[in-house]
Design a protein around this ligand. Structure first.
Ligand SMILES: [Cu+2]
Length: 177
């Protein structure tokens, strides 16, 4: 970078807020039985091999919006994982991640009403891996999760599912929020 350009960019850097508007979660998938409770749990070593990697960047830079980017490597190749924001945390039991997080919560649970169970009221992604098992997906929603109520990002089996049902929870990543 040339000196004049660096000088021109410096004031912009000083304008940046002290607290970063983005939070980053980065972890390797481990079995739920690991000695230290893992930040990312795999329930299906065939689709989400132990040691595979995940990175989630949640950006709140735009007021009232959330942009979430999921990047992973070491997963099953040529695969499509449905991924959702869930309310519960990650535990040994895949069901511990609870129902989907909803901006406007359906008074009837489990939520099947399309007025609530849709991709604008929930945070959903489809993660497609390449032939090396790497992939990235981004989505944006016009809301921010209520603090403490969106505790995990869950990967479902998707297709091809092999021995799993497409909706099975195959991995869970613990979020700070
Ligand atoms: Cu889900």
């Amino acid at each position: 970078m040339t000196a004049p350009l660096a000088a021109a960019l410096l004031p912009l850097a000083l304008l940046a807020p002290a607290a970063s508007p983005a939070s980053v979660v980065e972890a390797d998938f481990d079995p739920a039985t690991a000695f230290v409770p893992p930040a990312a749990i795999s329930y299906a070593n065939d689709l989400v091999p132990y040691g595979s990697h995940v990175r989630i960047v949640t950006d709140h830079a735009m007021p009232g919006r959330t942009v979430l980017t999921l990047t992973a490597s070491g997963l099953a190749p040529d695969h499509e994982f449905p991924v959702h924001l869930h309310t519960g945390g990650c535990g040994a039991d895949p069901a511990s991640s609870g129902p989907h997080y909803q901006d406007e919560v359906d008074p009837v649970q489990p939520s099947v009403d399309p007025v609530y169970a849709n991709e604008r009221n929930e945070l959903r992604l489809t993660l497609r891996t390449d032939r090396w098992g790497a992939g990235s997906a981004t989505t944006a929603v016009a809301w921010q999760p209520r603090p403490g109520e969106a505790r995990s990002l869950v990967l479902h089996a998707g297709t091809p599912a092999g021995p799993h049902a497409a909706g099975d929870r195959v991995a869970c990543v613990k979020l700070d929020g």
